[in-house]
Design a protein. Structure first.
Length: 331
């Protein structure tokens, strides 16, 4: 799966391409920081305007909106460009995988679901890596940029439970996030979601294979196809009930998460020691830090799917290498 990074043919795409993607993500985070600063200035201006008529001019108001449009335009242009580049990058990664699979495909005839693993699982693997990989790296970059900002904004502001402690907001976000993440990881493990996803893919592959055979073989019994589809139905229904339990816990936590910043800032808001602009900056920075810390939590269903695909591809490659070793012994 990772020949993309070790075969010389792909060095330019794998290593230089990775550097380009990482650099662009860093620039996106920097722009996000600038947007966060804009929110503070803009909402302070709004508070000033609402408190005293004509305290600001219409030109100042339009200029502030124009500055946001400039930042947003830069962010959108970079996002679109790097999304296009990343799509090509990941297709090259998939190509590096399937080239090797093609070269040894004559040994894959006896392996369950070989065609699905080469065609469908490689697509899934690269697409999931696109969403998870870039999101994970961006989350780390966001933490690097926004934690110092949040620390600076929270100086001298009373925080629920932590009082005037400078690190109260960061500690609160960390405890809230770790608690929720550990809870859902434990729930996912208890419900055996990765195993269910793997079994689902395996039974779908068996059903697909018999359908392909039935296209050319008139002797395949309809009963055989129906039996395999019954297996598909049972594993799907099992996954539905397991995800029902998981989603109850996941969505309950995420909905409670909406209020977390306001709970921590309650003493400061009630005491009136923060302006509207500073409050907006803190809440947005807190949300970005908290959201990055919750990476595993929010991406958990996708992580489960990736784990299943990785397990299938790793098993496939192991069987191919075992077949190769067996052939060498025989010759």
């Amino acid at each position: 799966m990772f020949r993309f990074f070790i075969v010389k043919k792909w060095y330019l795409w794998s290593w230089v391409g990775s550097l380009i993607i990482l650099s662009s993500l860093w620039v996106q985070v920097i722009i996000d920081v600038k947007i966060n600063e804009w929110f503070g200035v803009f909402y302070d201006m709004i508070q000033k305007a609402l408190a005293s008529p004509n305290a600001i001019t219409i030109e100042e108001y339009w200029a502030s909106l124009a500055s946001f449009i400039t930042l947003a335009g830069m962010y959108i242009a970079l996002y679109v460009a790097i999304s296009f580049f990343t799509a090509h990058y990941l297709f090259r990664w998939r190509t590096a995988m399937v080239e090797w699979y093609h070269s040894v495909y004559d040994r894959a005839r006896e392996i369950e679901g070989a065609s699905q693993r080469v065609q469908e699982d490689t697509i899934k693997f690269t697409r999931i890596m696109e969403s998870l990989g870039t999101s994970f790296i961006e989350s780390i970059m966001v933490l690097i940029q926004f934690i110092p900002i949040l620390l600076g904004l929270s100086i001298g502001i009373p925080i629920f439970f932590f009082g005037d402690w400078q690190y109260g907001l960061i500690t609160g976000a960390l405890l809230w996030t770790l608690g929720g993440t550990l809870f859902l990881i434990g729930l996912g493990w208890l419900l055996r979601l990765v195993g269910v996803e793997y079994d689902l893919q395996k039974k779908e592959a068996a059903y697909r294979k018999i359908l392909v055979i039935a296209e050319d073989d008139q002797n395949v019994r309809p009963k055989t196809i129906n039996e395999l589809f019954d297996d598909v139905r049972s594993i799907h229904f099992l996954s539905y009930i397991r995800y029902l339990y998981f989603n109850v816990g996941r969505m309950a936590y995420l909905q409670a998460n909406v209020l977390s910043a306001y709970v921590f800032l309650a003493p400061a808001i009630v005491a009136g020691v923060v302006t509207l602009g500073v409050m907006q900056q803190i809440i947005r920075a807190f949300g970005r830090v908290e959201g990055s810390m919750q990476y595993l939590l929010k991406a958990w269903p996708t992580i489960i799917e990736l784990a299943s695909v990785y397990k299938r591809l790793r098993e496939f490659e192991y069987k191919l290498k075992t077949e190769e070793t067996h052939e060498k012994i025989q010759t």
